[in-house]
Design a protein around this ligand. Structure first.
Ligand SMILES: C[S@@+](CC[C@H](N)C(=O)[O-])C[C@H]1O[C@@H](n2cnc3c(N)ncnc32)[C@H](O)[C@@H]1O
Length: 249
C-alpha cells in the first residue's frame, strides 16, 4: 500500500484533503487547545499537515508505515527548508523519543486498523506519546461511508498524468471494505505505467471508538460531522474525533 501510489499521491488531488483539513484543524484547535507546540502526525503520508505545522514553529514528528510516502515528505521538507523528524513505523508499535502536546491521525488512516484490538493498541501507544492534557484529533470513515457510499461500486477518475480505477467491495460479515486500486501513470514518453494496490479499511461504530479510547485512557471531548461542528448523523460519511489524555492530578 502507498508505495507506487506515493509518487502521484499529491498530484492526484489527495493533497486537497489535507489543505481542507488544515483550515478545519485551526478552528478545532481554537476550541480544543493543545497544551504546547509539539505534535506528531501519525500516518503523516506525504507530510502536508506536518510541514504546515512546522512552518508555524511547531516541533513536529511524522510517522508512517510507507517508506515511499516518507520519501515524498522528506523531499517536500528539504524543498521548503523545514525540519521534520520523520520515522517509518507501524502505528501499532509507535514510540516517540519524547511526549508531544498534540497527535493527529488524519484522512481515515485509523480505518486501516482492521480489528478493535488493533485500534485500542494504537490508541494506547498514542496515549503514551501524549503529554498530560495532550490532545488527539483523528477522523474516521463511518460504516455508512464504507458500506453505502463505497459499497460494491467501481469509481473511475482521469487527471492529467494519472487515471485510476477503484473497485470497491463491502464484506458485511467482517465489516471490511476492500478497494482494488489500479493506477495508470503517464510517463515522459506519453505511455502509461500501471500499478495495482489493495486497500482494506474497517468500519467502527460510535460505541467501539468510545470504548477503545476509554481503554487507552483517553477522554472523548467531541465527535463531529467532519469539517463542521455539527453532531454526527446516521448518514455522516466521516467523523472527526477529539480526545484528551488526563492531566496530572
Ligand atoms: C489515506 S493516507 C493519509 C495520509 C495523510 N495522513 C494525509 O492526510 O494525506 C493513509 C496513510 O496511512 C498510512 N498507514 C497505513 N497503515 C499504517 C500503519 N499500520 N502504520 C503507520 N501508517 C500506516 C499509509 O502509509 C498512508 O500514508
Amino acid at each position: 500500500m502507498y508505495e507506487r501510489y506515493a509518487e502521484v499521491y499529491d498530484e492526484s488531488g489527495q493533497i486537497g484533503f489535507s489543505l481542507r483539513m488544515l483550515e478545519y484543524l485551526d478552528r478545532v484547535l481554537e476550541r480544543f487547545p493543545a497544551p504546547g507546540l509539539s505534535m506528531l502526525d501519525l500516518a503523516c503520508g506525504t507530510g502536508t499537515v506536518a510541514l504546515a505545522f512546522a512552518q508555524r514553529g511547531w516541533e513536529v514528528y511524522g510517522v508512517d508505515a510507507s517508506e515511499s510516502m516518507l520519501q515524498r515528505a522528506r523531499a517536500k521538507a528539504a524543498q521548503m527548508g523545514q525540519f521534520l523528524s520523520l520515522s517509518r513505523q507501524d502505528m501499532r508499535d509507535l514510540v516517540l523519543p519524547r511526549p508531544v502536546a498534540l497527535v493527529t491521525c488524519l484522512y481515515d488512516s485509523l480505518n486501516y486498523m482492521l480489528s478493535r484490538p488493533d485500534v485500542t493498541r494504537v490508541l494506547q501507544r498514542v496515549s503514551r506519546a501524549l503529554l498530560p492534557d495532550g490532545l488527539l484529533v483523528f477522523d474516521l470513515n463511518t460504516r455508512y461511508a464504507l458500506e453505502q457510499l463505497w459499497g460494491n461500486n467501481c469509481f473511475f477518475s482521469e487527471g492529467k498524468n494519472l487515471a485510476t480505477v477503484m473497485d470497491s467491495s463491502w464484506d458485511h460479515a467482517r465489516e471490511l471494505s476492500t478497494v482494488h486500486a489500479v493506477g495508470f501513470v503517464r510517463q515522459q514518453d506519453g505511455l502509461y505505467e500501471r500499478f495495482d494496490e489493495e486497500h482494506v479499511e474497517a468500519a467502527f461504530g460510535d460505541r467501539e471508538v468510545r470504548a477503545a479510547l476509554s481503554d487507552a485512557g483517553l477522554v472523548v471531548e467531541a465527535a463531529f460531522e467532519c469539517f463542521s461542528f455539527d453532531p454526527p448523523l446516521s448518514d455522516s460519511s466521516r467523523l472527526l474525533w477529539v480526545a484528551r489524555k488526563a492531566g496530572n492530578p
